[in-house]
Design a protein around this ligand. Structure first.
Ligand code: XIL
Length: 318
């Protein structure tokens, strides 16, 4: 992402419309942990420098994630003391480097099983306990930067009510143990076919913890139907409706429970849905701007639902 920020057109579009930035890859283990275990920060530092120069708030993403199991950690798999030391050191070093400059972090990302049943089996859990690795990460994170708001981040909380239930059971168990969790991140990679009312139901449940909610990776995909004969025009209209419903549901939360809304990318052409190895769709248009940086029907829907007034965005729906 730091290369994209160097492009003046991208930078202008970003700064005109957004006030907070999440690194897409640079602050994850895959970017930071070298095969020999050393920690590298060139990408993360570049993002920080850009953000500070342009007065953008940075959301840290993500300290611990099942998708990244670096070689250096795998070598210590099963050696509990050494594994724990490397784990603690990672969190301390990464958060410590940006102490006081990154006000919120995703401490653990995607801890619930994809099918929504229980906790995910990970290398972290194998060595530190399935709940233990989560608890430990939050405790170390709190110690390292007491000023940072600590988030737990998950996907499909709107699309799969059974997964939301597993997430909430995990939250209860963690909070009971006194885990210092300050907020809930709901990734909100949703799609145009999400049933009406799903977002409202999800926010209602998630708000029951009384913690701020971060819509952390919002995008609205054209969906994953195998044979989808609907026109692009129809899909764009459904997407705008879905956006209106979603944002209205979020805005209906009390202000103190609304942390922020993050959109997972700027241009449709860069969306991870286009290349996502699990189900790539090169024609998807999940974001707020097309490849040329132009607004779309969903853009106006977003702006209107946010402030409840007609936005001054010019949208060409043709
Ligand atoms: C994705 C990025 O968008 C891709 O570019 C990268 O290859 C893989 O990760 N949930 C998350 C994000 O929390 O970090 C993921 O981002 C998308 C799903």
């Amino acid at each position: 992402m730091s290369a994209k920020l160097a492009d003046p057109t991208t930078s202008t579009l970003l700064l005109k419309n957004f006030s907070q930035l999440t690194a897409e890859a640079e602050m994850k283990m895959a970017a930071i942990v070298a095969p020999d275990g050393r920690l590298r920060f060139s990408g993360a530092d570049a993002i920080m420098a850009y953000a500070q120069q342009n007065k953008l708030r940075v959301h840290g993403h993500a300290l611990v994630w099942h998708k990244h199991e670096p070689e250096a950690f795998l070598r210590l798999d099963g050696n509990k003391p050494a594994f724990t030391a490397m784990y603690d050191n990672y969190i301390r070093t990464v958060m410590g480097r940006y102490r006081g400059r990154i006000p919120s972090w995703d401490v653990v990302n995607e801890p619930v099983n994809g099918d929504g049943l229980g906790l995910r089996a990970t290398m972290w859990g194998r060595n530190l306990g399935d709940l233990g690795y989560i608890e430990r990460a939050f405790r170390i994170a709190r110690e390292t930067d007491p000023s940072a708001k600590l988030f737990i981040n998950e996907y499909d909380l709107e699309l799969k009510p059974e997964k939301r239930l597993a997430f909430m059971q995990m939250m209860e168990a963690l909070l009971k143990k006194g885990t210092p969790i300050d907020g809930i991140g709901t990734q909100s990679h949703i799609n145009i076919d999400m049933p009406k009312g799903a977002a409202k139901a999800a926010f209602k449940d998630l708000a029951s913890f009384g913690l701020p909610i971060h819509v952390s990776e919002l995008d609205i995909s054209f969906g994953h139907r195998r044979f989808d004969w609907r026109s692009v025009r129809t899909k764009r209209a459904l997407q705008a409706e879905q956006m209106t419903d979603f944002i209205q549901a979020f805005m209906a939360l009390p202000e103190k429970l609304r942390h922020a809304i993050t959109i997972w990318g700027l241009y449709d052409s860069d969306s991870f849905w286009r290349v996502n190895p699990e189900d790539p769709n090169p024609d998807d248009e999940p974001l707020l701007f097309d490849g040329a940086g132009r607004a779309k029907p969903v853009t106006a829907a977003f702006a209107n639902a946010l402030d409840g007034t007609k936005a001054a965005l010019h949208v060409d729906a043709g």
